[in-house]
Design a protein around this ligand. Structure first.
Ligand code: PXP
Length: 247
């Protein structure tokens, strides 16, 4: 019997809204993308409502919350505005991320250890609204311990260092770092997710880390969808993830 923990695939559809915003049109529609992703096997839909609304906007998040069949994972910065929005909308999950206006994408993990009291308060408010909070953190013991202390049920390990490694040795070292962080987080009682920079050729070693129970992937899936369609792109990623976990 295969006793490995199940692993879920969250699909980030921000880039669908990026294409829309590039021309200021009403298409492509993120809701249509979410439904296609679900048909391809997505276990949840992730969107990042950024402070500058550069891709996803409030209307998108509200429509997604009302239409998807799986569940919504709202990525957001720790600001009063976002907190109020999440409390009103009540997505199933909220992933708290650091945000800088100039960045192309989320660059580093959240400094939980440096902002414990603010994050403890934020986690408590979101939990009160029935939202499961995840903190996007680097694979760093101090950040994991702080995440457990502030009361977050979930951490999402930033897989960027692994994904961006340019040679075999640094990739192996970054993978070991993720393996150790996942094991430490699990021992602290945290649910462990992972994401950032994962694609069809690097996802499997991460999906094999036994404590990781969800991966959130966007760019690679939407990029492949240009050629295969989104349903197939999600299906192909899901197959790789499940194959790595269950053989
Ligand atoms: N997880 C988090 C917290 C992110 O901020 C992002 C990027 O929006 C992802 C996962 C997905 O990263 P990628 O688009 O590189 O797959």
């Amino acid at each position: 019997m295969n006793t490995a923990r199940p692993i879920a695939l969250g699909v980030n559809i921000d880039h669908v809204a990026n294409v829309r915003q590039a021309r200021g049109t009403s298409y492509p529609e993120p809701v249509q993308a979410a439904l296609a992703a679900e048909q391809g096997g997505a276990d949840s839909i992730t969107v990042h409502l950024r402070e500058d609304r550069r891709h996803i906007n409030e209307r998108d998040v509200e429509l997604l919350a009302a239409t998807i069949q799986t569940h919504l994972n709202l990525e957001m910065a720790v600001t009063d505005e976002m907190l109020a929005f999440a409390e009103a909308l009540k997505p199933a999950d909220c992933c708290l991320v650091p945000e800088r206006r100039e960045e192309l994408t989320t660059e580093g993990g959240l400094d939980v250890a440096g902002h414990e009291s603010r994050l403890r308060h934020t986690c408590a408010r979101l939990a009160e609204a029935g939202i499961r909070v995840s903190l996007f953190v680097d694979p760093d013991v101090a950040q994991l311990e702080a995440s457990a202390r502030v009361g977050a049920p979930v951490v999402e390990l930033h897989t960027g260092r692994y994904a961006e490694a340019t040679d075999r040795n640094s990739r192996a070292a970054a993978l070991r770092e993720l393996q150790e962080a996942a094991s430490r987080a699990y021992a602290l009682g945290l649910i462990v997710h992972g994401g950032h920079g994962l694609h069809y050729h690097n996802v499997q070693p991460v999906a094999m880390i036994p404590e990781i129970v969800e991966l959130n992937i966007g760019h690679a899936i939407v990029a492949r969808a240009i050629f295969t369609g989104l349903e197939t792109a999600v299906h192909d990623m899901k197959r790789l993830v499940l194959e790595a976990r269950h053989g």
